[in-house]
Design a binder for this molecule. Sequence first.
Ligand code: NAD
Length: 463
Amino acid sequence: MKLQSIFGALLALALLAGCSHVAGDAPYRIVDNEIIFAEPDRAEGQHDVLQLRCDPIPVVRVAFIGLGMRGSSAVERFTKLDDVEIVALCDKVPARVERAQHTLAVNGLPAALEFTGEEAWRKVCELENVDLIYNCTDWEMHVPIALYAMEQGRHVAVEVPAALTVRDCWALVDAAERTRRHCMMLENCCYDFFEMATLNMAQAGLFGEIVHVEGAYIHDLRSLQFDRENGYADMWRLRHNTVHTGNPYPTHGLGPLCQLLDIHRGDRMERLVSLSSDQFGMSAYAARKYGPESPEAKVPYALGDMNTTLIRTAKGKSILIQHDVTSPRPYNRLHTISGTKGFAQKYPVPALAFDPDAHRPLSEERMEELLRRYEHPVIQEIGEKAREVGGHGGMDFIMDYRLIYCLHNGLPLDQDVYDAAEWSSIAEMSEVSVRHGGVPVRMPDFTRGAWRSVQGFRHARIE
Ligand SMILES: NC(=O)c1ccc[n+]([C@@H]2O[C@H](COP(=O)([O-])OP(=O)(O)OC[C@H]3O[C@@H](n4cnc5c(N)ncnc54)[C@H](O)[C@@H]3O)[C@@H](O)[C@H]2O)c1
């Protein structure tokens, strides 16, 4: 009973907190049946950070903030990277800092500075001997930490989604432009082996003109969301999904697709419409787990089980993005590519097909042969070690490797602050579209007109 009342209180708080940017001072207006978000002017003297290069950093000194499920595995991966020094570890829960400290010790690394408590992240951002803040806290803490870190002169890597509102996306863009610091969202799915191979194929022209792409995050997270002991800290994900609908987690599916479509490197996402089913899955799960009369089963969860968002780009391409974390379904990110010459899909079964025989997919043998032939140069460089280190099969390590490689060599990062803003802003825009019955949303241009100045997405590499 005690746990139930705690749960009820948490949800009540969530309901109150979550309403603040759904209603009230709406950051958008509706004109001619179209939702238009404000596009604030760039401050005088501020310039874009497209292809931002900063001074090379010989040894990247890193501080980790947020050492839960994701942060603790990031620390483990960083023990396997060259050219880094882990300077500080921070979590509001002391035991999590201890656990990460133990990871350093068993890997033969010196102890890092320890920070605990709700507000200790400020002190971490202020450390003079830190180059990079690696932020693996829950969604609500991403933006405050990222903004403060950049203001203190640090580069920032922030977990997905980087921000939950369009306004916060603009805040990240403005902070990065003002401070000339990197702000990279840690979209690891851009570095998975199939995604990298199909990116390489696309850039070699195998799919012709890419016309339509599909991505998703379909991952049954019901047990983690409802696990008070071993799930998300303070049940942050369930609290969010209690009050928000739309697609709160769009970036895993969308990131690799935006790289394929050269988004803000010659094209841009212009308009979206979004539709959600009602919610059935969480209530049914909660009723089974806690009983039909439990508070958990009676909560009116806002998140529809399935959200589908459709986006159209300036160059006339279409993107479909789905989100479902509350249905018993096999894991799926779709990763479907349809072009004038060929087709690829990763889930549920990998397939490649090409003109003039695209009616049937290539045999598994032919597909494997092509995937090997078009293995991305970055994978050739680090793929084997990444498979050994692991982290979602290796993609997490490739992401970390690339981040450190680019900082070390003073190169533009693979994902810039505009990627973080464009991909994350779908969270609020999809929710607003859903709440207005599927009304189209005009998507802001976070580059403020500079999206044509770089042509084509490329991973920067030293000669
Ligand atoms: N890229 C991926 O594949 C992937 C996978 C899982 C999670 N994530 C993302 O990683 C982030 C963390 O997810 P998780 O599963 O590790 O959640 P989690 O709840 O296990 O970890 C969050 C941690 O942040 C800490 N924290 C919260 N507020 C803090 C504060 N003020 N100061 C210091 N520490 C604070 C919590 O104590 C907790 O340890 C989320 O943004 C999530 O979306 C990404």
